[in-house]
Ligand binder design. Structure first.
Ligand code: PGA
Length: 234
C-alpha cells in the first residue's frame, strides 16, 4: 500500500483560504505522488474544496460523521451525505472530539459502521494521555479503545495520536512509534498511521518506518509551505 498522508484542517481556514490551499496542492501534485493524500476540511468547505480537487491526485475526507443513518439529529451530518460530496474517508474519534464533545468509543463505533455503509474509510483515532504513558498503560489503553471503537471487520485505518503530542511540538521517537505500531497491529491488523506534531523532519523519520502506513498532520497541513515538504519527505 502507498503511504497515506491525511491533512486535518480542524476548524481553520476561511472559505477562500481553503480553496486556495486546495488549488495549490492540486497544482503541486500533478505528477505521481508516492503517497495517497487525503485533505479533511471543515464541512462548510467540502463542496468547493471537492470541486477544486476533482481530477487531481488529492482525495477529500471529512472530520466527523453522525452515528445514525438519518433523522432528527439537529446539527449532525450523515456519512451518506458526505459521500454525496465524493468524500472518501472520515476521521472519527479524534482526541479533541473525545474530550470536548464527550464522544465515547461506543458512539465512535456506530459512526464507523455508518461510514462503512456509505463506503467511506473510517480513520479511527486512538491514543494515550501523558499520565497513562508514564504509568506504563499505553498498550492497555490502546487495546481498550480499539476493541470498543472499531467495527468487527478490517475495513478501517487506525490513527495513533498520543494526546500529549497533539499540537504540542513534542513527538515520540521513531523507535517508540515503531514499537507501538507493532503492538497495535497485534491487536488489530489494519493500516496504522501516526499523528501529533508532525513536521518535515519527523515526517521523514516516520514515513520511513516500514510498519507505519502513513501520517496524520494538523497544524503543518494549513500552509502549502509547511505541508508540501512533508509530502515530499517520502
Ligand atoms: P497537530 O495535529 O499535527 O497539529 O499536532 C494532529 C491532529 O490532531 O490530528
Amino acid at each position: 500500500m502507498r503511504k497515506l498522508i491525511v491533512a486535518n484542517w480542524k476548524m481553520n481556514l476561511s472559505r477562500q483560504e481553503g480553496i486556495n490551499l486546495a488549488q495549490d496542492l492540486a497544482d503541486a501534485l500533478k505528477d505521481e505522488s508516492k503517497a495517497q493524500i487525503i485533505i479533511c476540511p471543515p464541512f462548510t468547505h467540502l463542496a468547493e474544496v471537492g470541486s477544486v480537487l476533482e481530477g487531481s491526485k488529492v482525495a477529500l475526507g471529512a472530520q466527523d460523521c453522525a452515528a445514525a443513518e438519518k433523522g432528527a439529529y439537529t446539527g449532525q451530518i450523515a456519512a451518506k451525505q458526505l459521500a454525496d460530496f465524493r468524500v472518501s474517508a472520515v476521521i472519527l474519534g479524534h482526541a479533541e472530539r473525545r474530550s470536548y464533545c464527550f464522544e465515547t468509543s461506543a458512539e465512535i463505533k456506530q459512526k464507523a459502521i455508518q461510514a462503512q455503509s456509505a463506503k467511506l474509510i473510517p480513520i479511527i483515532c486512538i491514543g494515550e494521555t501523558e499520565s497513562e504513558k508514564s504509568a506504563g498503560q499505553t498498550t492497555k489503553v490502546l487495546k481498550k479503545q480499539i476493541e470498543e471503537s472499531c467495527p468487527n471487520n478490517d475495513n478501517v485505518v487506525l490513527a495513533y495520536e498520543p494526546l500529549w503530542a497533539i499540537g504540542t511540538g513534542r513527538v515520540p521517537s521513531p523507535t517508540e512509534v515503531a514499537k507501538i505500531i507493532d503492538e497495535i497491529k497485534k491487536i488489530k491488523n489494519v493500516p496504522v498511521i501516526y499523528g501529533g506534531s508532525v513536521k518535515t523532519q519527523s515526517a521523514k523519520d516516520f514515513l520511513h518506518l516500514e510498519n507505519l502506513d502513513g501520517i496524520l498532520v494538523g497544524g503543518a497541513a494549513l500552509k502549502i509551505e509547511t505541508f508540501l515538504p512533508i509530502i515530499k519527505a517520502i
